[in-house]
Design a protein around this ligand. Structure first.
Ligand SMILES: *Cc1c(COP(=O)(O)O)cnc(C)c1O
Length: 386
């Protein structure tokens, strides 16, 4: 009886329906599923963060509406974190905005700057809210393919002149979900030059900046000259502190961009639960011990999975960062068929690349979010069906 809006109708289709169904069916049949499909840490939130939440939750002062621009103590903690981690100075009052998870901010940001017909430059494959947020704001997508031949970086030279003129936003995400690619300094410099020249806002999604291996330290775009004129960067406590369910993240960067997002949000939400904000402060002020052991854990799993797949002849590269392994289909079949076959024959869940966009076709994504022993078991099963 009620017709969906044109915007909602034009959201990309959800392609995991069949896989989700098959996964539920397999579980209900009591099969022993190894789920490498979900980008959600399997480890608990560190205890000192839970303790901070408990303490704050018991204080009636935190039971009221929070300030929708975030508590000053959290904004300062974010600014200090940026200073320590990237040597970037941020004004905590004007250049930092806490978010109810970074997804929320990323999806809402286009509302602040897109008029009907304006263009977002979106990588493909990508984290789905880049496309969804653009479409819900009435914008149009211009797809930038991320391909192996380009180290999974967008080729800015290929963006047509007329598209540049209509583009308001470009999304980048390094270290990248789902391809695990990392940005070179050169790429970031070219990106900033491109954005300044064409008056395009850079949205840099830094969700995986702390999840890196072999001594690699991902950089913030804000470290680079000129970036602050055109950049808003998003980070999140979700992956860094095993806090996906808590909903805590932030935006940082150009003051005008940050305040525009705050203006949109002031019409939509009323801030993060204060006790969660105070727990986030505890996380950000902690030593790096948790992050070190987290990276060590994923690095061990990564080595087991990637070395094991290569022994089986799959030819997989070792990620320098993120907890995703991006795997080219070893056989000539669609990514959906490949994932369906892994589930049917080996009780393994992996994510078909096409779910992240059409240039994800030909790949599947496996997440390092199960214990090492389970990864070894998965390899045994793959060996049997190979
Ligand atoms: C997990 C993830 C996020 C974080 O989302 P939250 O809303 O902060 O939990 C952001 N970007 C990418 C690419 C992610 O994979």
């Amino acid at each position: 009886m009620f017709k969906l809006s044109k915007k909602v109708q034009s959201l990309p289709p959800y392609l995991f329906l069949e896989i989700d169904k098959a996964k539920r069916r397999a579980r209900s049949e009591g099969r022993d599923i190894i789920d490498l499909g979900i980008g959600d840490p399997d480890q608990p939130t560190p205890k000192f963060i839970i303790d901070a939440l408990n303490q704050a939750a018991n204080d009636p002062a935190n039971h009221r509406y929070a300030l929708d621009q975030g508590m000053p103590v959290l904004r300062s903690a974010v600014a200090d974190w940026y200073k320590n981690r990237f040597n970037v100075n941020l004004n905590s009052e004007t250049e930092v905005l806490p978010l109810i998870g970074s997804k929320e901010g990323i999806a809402h940001f286009p509302l602040a700057f897109l008029n009907p017909g304006d263009i977002s430059l979106v990588p493909d494959p990508c984290y789905p809210p880049y496309k969804g947020g653009t479409i819900l704001a009435g914008g149009k997508l211009h797809i930038m393919p991320l391909q192996e031949s380009n180290s999974f970086l967008p080729d800015l030279k290929k963006i047509p002149f007329l598209v540049r003129k209509k583009a308001k936003i470009i999304f980048v995400n390094y270290p990248n979900n789902p391809t695990n690619a990392c940005a070179s300094d050169d790429f970031y410099k070219q990106l900033i030059e491109f954005a300044v020249k064409n008056k395009i806002i850079i949205i840099s999604d830094l969700a995986y900046s702390e999840m890196a291996y072999d001594g690699y330290k991902p950089r913030s775009l804000l470290e680079f000259d000129g970036a602050r004129e055109v950049t808003i960067e998003f980070h999140s406590l979700s992956k860094t502190y095993n806090m996906t369910g808590w909903r805590a993240g932030w935006a940082a960067g150009n003051a005008g961009l940050v305040s525009a997002l705050a203006k949109v949000k002031s019409n939509i939400d009323s801030g993060i639960f204060s006790a969660v904000q105070l727990a986030a402060v505890a996380a950000l002020k902690s030593s790096n011990d948790h992050i070190k052991s987290m990276c060590q854990l994923y690095q061990e799993r990564r080595d087991v999975l990637v070395d094991g797949l290569n022994v089986l002849g799959w030819r997989v590269l070792k990620p320098k960062a993120t907890f995703y392994v991006w795997i080219k289909n070893p056989a000539q079949e669609s990514s959906i068929d490949f994932a369906a076959r892994l589930l049917k024959d080996a009780d393994i869940v992996a994510t078909p690349g096409i779910g992240f966009g059409k240039y994800g076709e030909g790949y599947i994504r496996m997440a390092l979010t199960v214990p090492r022993e389970r990864i070894k078991e998965a390899l045994e099963r793959i060996k049997k069906i190979s």
